[in-house]
Design a protein around this ligand. Structure first.
Ligand code: BGP
Length: 471
């Protein structure tokens, strides 16, 4: 049985659903200038300087699914499904259009206040990601993004404004979405655009260091402003399996896990683990850390560990099987698993394994804030029969339940990704859909923006109604 207060819901992010990019005095962010098409990956990787909008590209984040104008209708649908929580993110550039202003933008603050009040009307707890791949363009142009310590100061200001304004309306916060993604998609994760000859690894770890400091400050400030606030970290999780029992493969898997876990090790324990210090030594990287920041990190660890889980991964030293699968994470193809159309392998038991890894390691409550199947849906006779999605979610919920019931993992909630269809982060397309609510839009952003309930809508409603008993 899941606990009575289990937080069932769904997850979104501003840059993939909000739209209204030029309304309410909003500024432009990195995510706004990531185009659809062949330039998308090079830009996300920081390999292409493309910080302006131009007419030759289509930018899917600009309009998203227009949650900006549809939020009332969307929240009513979430409420109808029985959501206890709704994960969304703040667009930094609505609050501080450039990121470094003295005063926040009232229109932006008011927009989120209206959304949170609408949630409250239905008894839905907002779960707010402060930054979901989101960094004001101005901070990238002027300061170089998160490589610069100045961003810590701007972020502190941002969170102070948010915690103060939304005190009592929001109790659950995540500091950075998939913080380990900096290593894989550095423009998304930290606003990095690499110069020719730049030591990319150094820039990534320096940016990560600044985000880790900023995250600790957010935890401190959040608790000071409202002791009811629960502040969590967020990682792109999914254990690495050794491809075979060759000790080298076991070691390779451990190393890959460490690469991702390092972030959470710091956020949950308050200091860098020895293996990270040794790595930085080998890199000749001396991460500056003031006494004050060091103390803040130590004394302000997160309240809970949140994560996304789409798939397990597979590591090997064997060159011939080291094919890449999935989008951002490279790895070997696991021959025992099926995959989605995009090569994301499907492994429900992997969720239980990952939950156990994280709970054993940190002994803090967990929150699954992303999980789901990206698939192409078709409307036939006005209906969307997404049994494949129901099957994916059902199998994952079963494993999640075992982790809670049989392994004693403390789990606060479950918010499947893209509960309403939104723009895919990796492809920039609408046709990779995750939702229980269909949005009529195509890959060029054309359509009526109308919302339709899929078969999974009623199924998930029942799941929530029965607290996970009827799957
Ligand atoms: C995670 C991101 C989300 C989301 C999800 C699905 O990495 O936090 O923003 O998009 O992956 O990925 P995609 O949209 O590429 O299928």
């Amino acid at each position: 049985m899941f606990p009575d207060n289990f937080l069932w819901g769904g997850a979104t992010a501003a840059n993939q659903c909000e739209g209204g990019y030029n309304e309410g005095n909003r500024g432009l962010a990195n995510v706004d200038v990531i185009p659809h098409g062949k330039d998308r990956f090079p830009v996300m990787l920081g390999k292409m300087k493309m910080l302006e909008l131009d007419d030759t590209h289509y930018y899917p984040a600009l309009n998203g699914i227009d949650f900006y104008h549809h939020y009332k209708e969307d929240l009513a649908l979430m409420a109808e499904m029985g959501f206890k929580t709704f994960r969304m993110s703040i667009a930094w550039t609505r609050i501080f259009p450039n990121g470094d202003e003295e005063k926040p933008n009232e229109e932006g603050l008011q927009f989120y206040e209206d959304v949170f009040k609408e949630c409250k009307k239905y008894g839905i707890e907002p779960l707010v990601t402060i930054t979901h791949f989101d960094c004001p363009i101005h901070l990238i142009k002027k300061y170089g993004g998160w490589k610069n310590y100045k961003l810590v100061e701007f972020y502190k200001k941002l969170v102070t404004v948010l915690f103060t304004r939304y005190k009592g309306l929001v109790h659950y916060w995540l500091t950075f979405n998939e913080i380990n993604m900096i290593l894989h998609l550095p423009f998304m994760g930290a606003g990095l655009v690499f110069e020719k000859g730049e030591d990319e690894e150094t820039s990534k770890y320096l940016s990560a260091h600044h985000e880790l400091i900023a995250s600790a400050w957010a935890t401190k400030i959040g608790h000071e402003i409202d002791e009811e606030n629960k502040i969590g970290c967020m990682m792109a999780a999914g254990d690495f399996y050794p491809y075979c029992c060759k000790p080298e493969d076991v070691w390779e898997a451990k190393m890959k896990d460490r690469e991702n876990m390092m972030f959470i090790d710091v956020q949950a324990r308050g200091y860098y683990p020895n293996y990270a210090k040794k790595k930085f030594e080998r890199m000749g990287l001396n991460l500056p850390l003031s006494k004050e920041d060091e103390m803040v990190m130590k004394e302000n660890t997160v309240d809970f560990i949140s994560f996304s889980y789409y798939s397990s991964r597979c590591a090997t030293t064997l060159e011939d099987v080291n094919n890449s699968v999935g989008n951002a994470f490279k790895g070997a193809k696991n021959p025992y698993l099926k995959a989605s159309e995009w090569g994301w392998q499907i492994d429900p038991l992997g969720l239980r394994i990952t939950m156990n890894t994280l709970y054993d390691r940190y002994q803090k409550p967990l929150f699954i804030v992303e999980n789901g199947l990206g698939a192409k849906d078709e409307i036939i006779d006005g209906k969307i029969e997404d049994d494949y999605r129901i099957e994916y979610l059902r199998e994952h919920i079963k494993e999640m339940k075992k982790a809670v019931e049989e392994d004693g993992v403390e789990l606060w909630g479950y918010t499947p990704w893209g509960c309403i269809d939104l723009v895919s982060a990796s492809t920039g397309e609408m046709s990779k859909r995750y939702g229980m609510i269909y949005v009529d839009l195509d890959d060029e952003g054309k359509g009526s923006f109308k919302r339709y309930k899929k078969k999974s809508f009623d199924w998930y409603k029942k799941v929530i109604e029965t607290n996970g008993e009827e799957l």
